[in-house]
Design a protein around this ligand. Structure first.
Ligand code: AMP
Ligand code: ZN
Ligand code: FE
Ligand code: FE
Length: 282
């Protein structure tokens, strides 16, 4: 099978249901050659993932999916190739962590006001802290407590953007996120552009200094992708691809169902190896 690199997947370090090791074992089973773990707003999976990748003979590159806000709309930005020792990325993830834990407290208060009692402990599940926890965990807790029948109902009624029990809390702009990624000498990629509903937001993003877009994305047929491939070509941007695998949390997104072409993967990998080498020497 030709070389495939799935550059978009989540683990238990954010809202995926498989541990970093389990994701890499599955990647090996699916005969992927390369992979990047792109948890939401953290790179906590990497110490374990680096070891597992070495043991399995998989080529792993750094990645993270950063939450940003533009004109009140949530935008996901993928960053790749930065050093795992990058202070810029590490401290940005720490700031995201503080933002996310304060936001979670705000969400619990909002739910409480609407008569739904969820405690922080209800969210811990098998973890030791709230680190990496987000809305999908909260949606699950609402199901477990019997307030809603499904996690989708939880989002539709309470937790989705603009719904009565959601507040984004503190937010980071796309511009600031881009500047952090540049500081880390990483690549900034627009995640799943197909999902951005407002053309104005798309136009703004296309005018910003991104390095590429996620042109091959799990759920989308080639007809829909071709528009984005054309945009990338015009701008001389990279086209990356990934499945947005979340394990059982989103069963329709299969690991390895979308991937990045080998030549693009190699370019990102080279940047990653160079960045890792330089920060280790310093
Ligand atoms: P968070 O990062 O905690 O804000 O959670 C964001 C995640 O929640 C997204 O990546 C989606 O997986 C999920 N999500 C957000 N909005 C919805 C929605 N309306 N329906 C289903 N899932 C959603
Ligand atoms: Zn997610
Ligand atoms: Fe996303
Ligand atoms: Fe994702």
């Amino acid at each position: 099978m030709a070389f495939r690199a799935d550059l978009h997947c989540h683990t238990t370090c954010s809202d995926g249901s498989f541990t970093p090791e389990e994701v890499l074992i599955l990647a090996k089973e699916r005969e992927l050659g390369g992979i990047s773990i792109t948890d939401h707003d953290n790179i906590d999976a990497y110490p374990a993932a680096v070891i597992a990748a070495q043991n399995l003979g998989l080529e792993l590159i750094s990645g993270v999916e950063l939450s940003a806000m533009h004109r009140g709309v949530s935008v996901h930005i993928l960053a790749y190739g930065f050093s795992l020792h990058s202070m810029a990325i590490q401290s940005f993830c720490t700031r995201h962590q503080a933002r996310r834990s304060q936001r979670m407290k705000d969400l619990l208060l909002l739910l409480n006001k609407h008569g739904m009692s969820i405690e922080e402990e209800d969210l811990y599940a098998s973890r030791s802290s709230l680190r990496g926890i987000g809305r999908p965990h909260l949606a699950k807790a609402l199901v477990n407590k019997g307030y809603v029948k499904s996690t989708q109902e939880a989002f539709n009624r309470f937790l989705g953007d603009g719904k009565p029990c959601y507040t984004p809390g503190q937010t980071f702009s796309v511009e600031e996120t881009l500047s952090i990624i540049k500081q880390a000498n990483g690549l900034a990629i627009i995640a799943h552009p197909h999902l951005i509903k407002q053309q104005k937001i798309v136009n703004d993003l296309l005018a910003m200094p991104f390095d590429g877009l996620e042109g091959y994305y799990a759920q989308f047929p080639l007809a829909q992708n071709s528009r984005w491939l054309e945009v990338a070509k015009q701008k001389n941007w990279l086209v990356l691809g990934g499945s947005d695998f979340h394990g059982e949390a989103k069963p329709t997104l299969k690991l390895g169902s979308s991937w990045t072409p080998e030549s693009t993967f190699r370019a990102v990998q080279q940047l990653f190896l160079e960045n890792n080498r330089t920060t280790q020497e310093n």
